[in-house]
Design a binder for this molecule. Structure first.
Ligand SMILES: [Zn+2]
Length: 317
């Protein structure tokens, strides 16, 4: 939910919430991500906030409505994503989008398209998006996402409401990497991975845990998008279990009133999990993760490994 970002992205969150509450949602947003590691989660929360009928009354994560469920499954026909096709975003991709939007049945009163890495629009794509932006259709919202706003044409940026995300706290990140390397014996393969990639993996691991804690067995339906797309080889999977183990240990310490030392950027999630788990539950989960990590060396099928982990962690003490 958008409120999860109120501390880290105070300004952006307030602007977007106010716009929805006052019914002044813009036709086009340009989300300047500034390397923020939770940009995709932020974006998804914003989209749900725009489309979910429970947004005003439900302060917890809405899992019940048709919109939220299908957005989560990436199966909502009124939400379209455009990614670069090779090096560029091409005009045909935008024309196809227009065509699809004109043909689809309406599942909600608002329709949204998101252009990821918008700076990669080639000149003819940029021209056709300009037409979109100059003559906006009612209830269609464009969200352009970029990490390089200066590579976008001024004519495009000037027609969007710019929402700038705050950069990650570099000190928190450096601290996390250093402490993780102290805690986990890094193999040569892991040592050769760039810090930036490790930070992205950490974000994915904690997103997985956060989703699991809120939805329990339901995550079995999404192991592809929440796990297998990012954790493929043996090193990835060892990293997954090692970080998950450290993360739950940190929750356990937090529950025993010790300060957070490693995952400072994830205080809200740590706090939530600490509130919904007993000390026994947390210890139980840590034990299961350690056992699963031991099993990686036996080359058990990854699907089985992760499904078994989820089922055992749901089982309670
Ligand atoms: Zn909802």
């Amino acid at each position: 939910m958008l409120d999860n970002f109120i501390e880290e992205q105070k300004i952006a969150t307030k602007i977007l919430k106010n716009a929805v509450r006052k019914n002044k949602v813009s036709h086009a947003y340009l989300l300047e991500t500034n390397g923020y590691n939770k940009k995709n989660q932020f974006l998804l929360s914003f989209v749900k906030y725009l489309l979910c009928p429970n947004q005003y009354s439900n302060f917890n994560d809405c899992k019940n409505c048709y919109q939220c469920q299908n957005i989560e499954k990436d199966n909502f026909s009124e939400l379209k994503h455009i990614y670069p096709d090779g090096l560029w975003i091409k005009k045909e991709q935008l024309l196809n989008l227009q065509k699809e939007f004109s043909e689809t049945s309406i599942q909600s009163n608002k329709r949204i398209y998101i252009i990821h890495e918008a700076e990669k629009m080639n000149p003819s794509a940029a021209n056709s998006i300009l037409k979109f932006l100059e003559e906006p259709e009612d209830n269609i919202i464009a969200i352009l996402v970029t990490d390089n706003i200066h590579q976008l044409l001024d004519t495009i940026t000037s027609r969007c409401q710019i929402i700038s995300l705050k950069k990650n706290n570099i000190n928190n990140e450096k601290n996390a990497i250093e402490r993780i390397k102290q805690e986990i014996q890094f193999t040569d393969e892991l040592n050769s991975i760039e810090d930036k990639i490790i930070l992205e993996k950490i974000a994915k691991i904690i997103e997985f845990i956060d989703y699991f804690e809120k939805n329990q067995l339901d995550i079995l339906l999404y192991t592809k998008s929440k796990f297998h797309d990012f954790f493929v080889d043996k090193n990835d999977i060892i990293l997954f279990f090692s970080i998950a183990n450290l993360f739950y240990l940190e929750v356990l310490k937090y529950k025993s009133n010790q300060p957070i030392k490693i995952f400072l950027d994830y205080k809200k999630i740590i706090d939530n999990i600490s509130n919904t788990n007993t000390i026994e539950n947390l210890t139980h989960k840590i034990k299961i993760i350690i056992d699963a990590k031991d099993n990686v060396k036996y080359n058990i099928n990854n699907n089985l490994l992760i499904d078994k982990l989820i089922i055992e962690m749901t089982g309670g003490v």
